[in-house]
Design a protein around this ligand. Structure first.
Ligand SMILES: *Cc1c(COP(=O)(O)O)cnc(C)c1O
Length: 218
């Protein structure tokens, strides 16, 4: 494991922005190496893989779930996950709430928004999201805590387009903050930015970047 990439990236990220090291598909030894270098926040996108890594590695790691989550797999991560970035449907949030209650926990969650020009990506539209927020059952969810939003930009070289998409996510965050979460200091996270676009995301006021391949590159 070459720590130069990690150190370089860490040095370009302002201290108030959280670096989530996306360790999916990378072995436990490499994660341990980054842990030894001081990294404590890791992201994974497969529930079983996440569970196995949680069990094998130090318990003060903050594990984030970042991928599309199927309801039948929530059980693998509900006992320990620190943040789910990818709530993309009301029914998923309801199921996460159910498993969190079973584990006597309150699980922090981000609402994923669809901001890209790619049909393969997941996420709410503002309209769908507001429909959920107005639903009477939404307020009865006591074991999940919405702390912000997440989004993925289009996979493209067009930096202007990426920047516009991040601006859009920022705008969704501001609207939700003003309309629904103005009294809630915990609603403050904007998870955007990956290896190829985290610098643009930081310019657009990301609070959390999810970086994988740029750190694990040889
Ligand atoms: C894989 C993944 C990342 C990290 O992508 P890199 O390009 O490897 O930095 C970030 N977010 C999500 C949701 C991912 O699935």
């Amino acid at each position: 494991m070459n720590l130069n990439h990690y150190n370089t990236i860490l040095n370009t990220i302002p201290a108030n922005i959280k670096l989530v090291v996306v360790s999916k598909m990378h072995p436990i030894e490499q994660i341990q190496c980054l842990y030894d270098a001081g990294q404590r926040v890791f992201g994974e996108n497969r529930p079983q893989e996440l569970k196995a890594k949680y069990e094998a590695l130090p318990k003060d790691i903050e594990w984030h779930f970042i991928g599309h989550l199927q309801t039948n797999k929530i059980k693998y991560i509900a006992p320990f996950v620190s943040l789910i970035h990818s709530i993309d449907q009301f029914s998923l949030l309801q199921e996460v709430n159910r498993y969190a209650a079973k584990n006597n926990r309150i699980i922090p969650c981000l609402l994923e928004f669809f901001i890209a020009q790619e049909t393969s990506k997941f996420g709410f539209s503002m309209k769908e999201c507001e429909k959920m927020l107005h639903h009477p059952d939404f307020l009865s969810l006591k074991n999940v805590k919405i702390i912000g939003v997440m989004g993925m930009a289009t996979f493209t070289d067009n930096k202007t387009q990426i920047r516009e998409e991040f601006k859009m996510l920022r705008c969704y965050f501001d609207q939700l903050k003003n309309r629904y979460f103005s009294d809630d200091p915990d609603f403050k996270e904007i998870s955007m930015g990956m290896s190829d676009d985290y610098e643009i995301a930081i310019m657009e006021k990301s609070t959390m970047v999810r970086v994988g391949s740029a750190i694990f590159a040889l």
